[in-house]
Design a protein. Sequence first.
Length: 711
Amino acid sequence: MNFQTVLFQSDKFTLKLNHIVIVGVLVLAFSTSMLIRSQSAQYGNELNEFDPFFNFRATEYIVENGFSEYFEWHDDKSWYPYGRDVSATSQVMLHTTAAITYQLFGGNSSLYDFTILFPAVIGSLTVVVIFGLVRLFGGTTAGLIASLLFAISLPVITRGLLGWFKSEPLGLFYALLGLYLFLSAINSKNYKIIISKIILGAIMLSFGLSSWGGNQFFIIPIGLFILVLPFFREDRKFLLWAVPLFVSIFILISSMFERPGLSFAYGLGGISLIIPTIFFLLSIYVQKISKKENKIRNTLFLLFGIIIIGSFLVIVSAESDILPMPSFRYLNAIYPFLTTEDPLVDSVAEHATTTTELSFIFNSIFMIFGGIGIWIILTKNVVKNEIFIKNDMKAFVLIFGMIGIYISSAFVRLELFASISLIIFSSIGLSYLGKEIFKINNPGKKNSLLKISFVIGILVLFITPLTYPGLNWVSGADAPPVILTGGTNYPPTNDWIDSLEWMKHNTPEDAIIVSWWDYGYWIQTMGDRTTFIDNATLIDWRIKQIANIFLSTPDTAWNELNKIDADYVVIFVSGEKLTATYDNQRIYALNGGGDESKVFWFAAIAELPLAKYFENDVWTENMYFWNETLLGKMIPFTTVTYYNDATKKEATSYLPGFDALSIKKITYGYDSEGPLKLVYLSPSFSDESLPFVNAVVIYEINKNYFPNDTP
């Protein structure tokens, strides 16, 4: 079949069969991506995770009050009594883009529903951007393969599910688009559009950085690419202004946002682009004045000098704070072997270190063909196979790919960079293999059988991780919104939705709520109440203070809660309901993922001795925790026995290998005269039809209580 067949032609437009094929494959990639990302809709139409609730509230503020008010907004519902400067501490372009697109395309839908759909649509549209980007490297076939692989990549999809109104989907869209425009510009022969592409590319990349701080990753390969560019390009007069123009506009626009702000220009991010650009300009001068046989040698000497100077600046800055340094998580991404002693950082699940097993689950098939792609890029005879990859683009692909794989080893969250890198390598590898197989024109059945077998083999290899029983790339993205599970592995319920609705209508509008920071955004957005701490984790000492209060004695905690003007305390408790009974009461195995499972982190963050609250396994809470701490008494359960499932033995006190079992016990009831008074218990606590409990418990602080330790 000839894909260059003309289907329609006019004076200014020609429609060929390959155009239909390209559109068809991109539509397939978009549709596949949307279907996989939208699986959570079966559980309920809700925002997913925690940050999306704040991002929705910030977008809502723009829609209702306008952009000028947004940039002046000091959010009084956050971090009482200090509040939050929203535009200085948020992903401004995420809120701005969502507000503008809602006003343009929202129609009659609610903003809440629109923000649920937004990340899935933007994430799926990125298949078009990745097609254009990879097409620059390996041609149209490679670009189409990349779009299909991007559509099914689990690390990419799980950071852009339906309801995932967070940074990554839009940030990646902007960053990859900016990267495409920049690389397209410096490889374009049409000088009429080069300047516009460079300017627009720099703007898109800066928008991406303002949408997601993780996009600082792109600065590393771009900076390294600029460093090696003089060794691969001869058209220096063009690059002499094109590269500085791109870098200067990117830094200028990025610095105009409050985040990353002006410090970005003279911080590690800006310096990582400025130094390579200076080297690039100097190298052109050095090559101009050098003899032909000495050009490469002199340029290398200059490069080594720049590297030494740059390394010296980083070391000196780290010692004397001359330059603003990134936060630990960004430094950890650059150097994955760094460790932190900050338990608050360690307690965040997405900051967990990537494991080999997890990397293989995410990118197994990509690894196979990615290796082939790397081999092809390094092969000298690629030109003969119509995949013509220019040397400068080879350099960029290798730099981008290797850095992406390296960076991903720091956090699970960054696995998407490894996936994107391997997608680029794999698409080039598959395109090459396909062209090699299908260019064989030997007559006979063996030739046809070879081609058919190749296609079937590739399909089987990629369908297997998508459909393999158990955990696969489709089921890996099939999870209910976190607000329906509370972050546990139990089936969805409306416990949190009902609790927040009750809070909104049954507590005073000026009520101040204490909870662990996990639930801060939910309480502010859905409960419409003010909190002390939330998911932004802006004030570390305040989080430590709340952890201390939870693990203090009830009387001490009551005094501290009144000092900070708290009105209510909210906790979340999760556990499995067992068939056995104790003293005619149903037994529960807690540690299902609620606050009862976070006591270790409370103690670590508060810098309290773990042995005070735990048995020797540093996991099972001891009787001091249950009988002497505020959190232990707020949890409406108490430990009554210990059981070893392997030996089927029971013990009245803790023994190694034994699990604590509990029964219901409400210490501070609805009529309590103690430091707290129960005002709400979510439905699953008393629903006997459920095999588990995901209970939201709301206490009012008893202002009339008189603690024993009050002077």
